[in-house]
Design a protein around this ligand. Structure first.
Ligand code: XMP
Length: 480
């Protein structure tokens, strides 16, 4: 099996790089720059290495770096952004801040026909985000693309198979980013492109079965995609030696606790313990308004509840965790095929596998200000109505994520003959490929109208509904 190593120098898009490579049917794994030696790399048999971006300057004393001997292994390397600068720097080139300041955002790039740019128009749009640049190339390197500001937007050393791009081919803003990565994988590294996501599930089950022979395993099941997939794979591997604890912190969406119980206990016959800990969480959250403090309290209380349950279970040999690993399971459009294969492999229902991302602290970060049981109940209803209304849309019109937020603003309203002074619900809907950047969704007015009128009619205490028309950046998807 062809393997590509994504060597992480602290970039924010590392997962995205791995995901793009896997989407091209080549297996990719991510390792920290601190965790590899040239000898290990040679032994591991990588077909190619990608040096990721990162926030540092390659010439700074503490900058993340690697053994320059890696460049001489004969393994093709593609450097991206910081990785591009690092490659040039390690090979003896000069990197310095650009005299013209940062180059940021969508930028026209002109390429001169190198194989890395095969099937990419001579002029296309790339996504730039840098201040340093490669100012002098090492011997053997040549420039293969430029932008107006950046004289070395890409370089190549075909003899040593070292390549660099100053821009980010992994983000969707780079028009032909996928093409470029695929050119690296197939034209330069010679990968076959025969890897399939389903292989991962079968291999993971086999590995777990071996590693966990005779062992009892405990898993914190949230019902989100990550922990759900982990649960199903583990059940295939070790059957009833798996116990799942599901903590209901009172900040779940409407019907969520019952759905999780029905699916995992009912449909899969998994040994599931549901802990109804709502009151404990609300007690801890009383009077707290700072977003980060709310997140910390919910996280800490979750661990306390989980540990108390675990203690009562007797012997447990291992803890399992379905952690966030966006390139494997995040529910973005680009991953449809991947998600489908999990679905086919595990038999999980769409209601679980195709669910939207949902933060660990749940509705706690969608209630602005103090979190109370009463507000959570209000938001749960408003959110369910909004989601119900959008679920009626044609799937092509449906946003990638949509939910309601309970703001801490009250405003005057009128109902019948009486004045009201109720809460304001904000509706949020975004269209995105990867949740790193997102646009607010141009929803049909009719859908907004139905949601607004139903929320104000059906949720007592809510007298106003607004629609959030901010993209990310500058805003985040969530409000807190
Ligand atoms: P932001 O708000 O950072 O959100 O633009 C990006 C995506 O991540 C989700 N999100 C979380 N998911 N735990 C999670 O598992 C969290 O604490 C968390 N915070 C945000 C968010 O819903 C969006 O899809």
């Amino acid at each position: 099996m062809d393997k590509i190593l994504v060597l992480d120098f602290g970039g924010q898009y590392d997962q995205l790089i791995a995901r793009r490579i896997r989407a091209a049917h080549v297996y990719a794994e991510i390792k920290s720059y601190q965790a590899v030696s040239p000898a290990e790399l040679r032994a591991a048999g990588y077909r190619g290495i990608v040096f990721t971006g990162g926030p540092h300057s390659v010439y700074a004393p503490e900058a993340p770096t690697c053994d320059a001997a890696i460049l001489a292994l004969g393994i093709p390397i593609l450097g991206i952004c910081y990785g591009h600068q690092l490659l040039a720097f390690l090979a003896g080139g000069k990197v310095a801040p650009s005299e013209r300041g940062s180059e940021y955002g969508k930028t026209a790039v002109r390429a001169d026909g190198h194989a890395l740019f095969a099937e990419i128009p001579a002029e296309s749009v790339c996504w730039m985000s840098h201040r340093d640049e490669v100012q002098a190339l090492p011997a053997g390197f040549s420039v293969i693309a430029r932008t107006e500001q950046c004289a070395c937007a890409a370089f190549a050393d075909d003899a040593r198979k070292l390549y660099g791009v100053q821009f980010h081919p992994e983000v969707t803003h780079t028009e032909y980013g996928d093409r470029l990565l695929q050119n690296f994988l197939f034209r330069i590294c010679g990968c076959a492109g025969d890897w399939r996501m389903a292989d991962v599930a079968a291999a993971a089950v086999a590995r777990c079965r071996e590693a966990l022979a005779g062992k009892r395993v405990l898993l914190a099941l949230s019902g989100g995609v990550d922990s759900a997939v982990c649960t199903v794979l583990l059940q295939k591997a070790i059957g009833d030696r798996l116990t799942c604890v599901f903590v209901d912190h009172g900040l779940l969406r409407k019907g969520e606790g019952d759905l999780v119980e029905r699916t995992f206990r009912g449909q899969f016959g998994i040994h599931l313990i549901r802990v109804n800990a709502q009151e404990r969480f609300f007690a801890q959250l009383a009077g707290v308004t700072a977003p980060e403090q709310k997140r910390r309290i919910i996280g800490a209380e979750f661990i306390r509840v989980f540990e108390e349950e675990a203690k009562q279970l007797g012997r447990i040999d291992a803890l399992a965790q379905g952690t966030i690993y966006p390139d494997v399971v995040e529910s973005g459009k680009g991953d449809a095929a991947v998600i489908k294969s999990h679905h086919n492999v595990g038999g999980l229902p769409d209601a679980i596998v195709r669910r939207q991302p949902f933060p660990g602290p749940g509705l706690g970060v969608r209630i602005i200000g103090e979190v109370t049981a009463e507000k959570a109940a209000q938001l749960r209803e408003a959110d369910a109505i909004f989601r119900e209304e959008l679920d009626r849309l044609d799937p092509a019109q449906r946003p990638d994520q949509y939910f309601a937020v309970l703001t801490d603003t009250r405003s005057v309203g009128v109902m019948g003959d009486a004045r009201t002074y109720g809460r304001t619900v904000a509706l949020r809907a975004v269209t995105t490929d990867d949740f790193m950047t997102a646009s607010w969704t141009r929803l049909p007015y009719e859908a907004l109208e139905r949601a607004s009128s139903r929320i104000t009619n059906e949720v007592p205490g809510v007298s106003r509904v607004v629609y959030d028309i901010t993209s990310k950046p500058p805003a985040t998807v969530e409000w807190e």
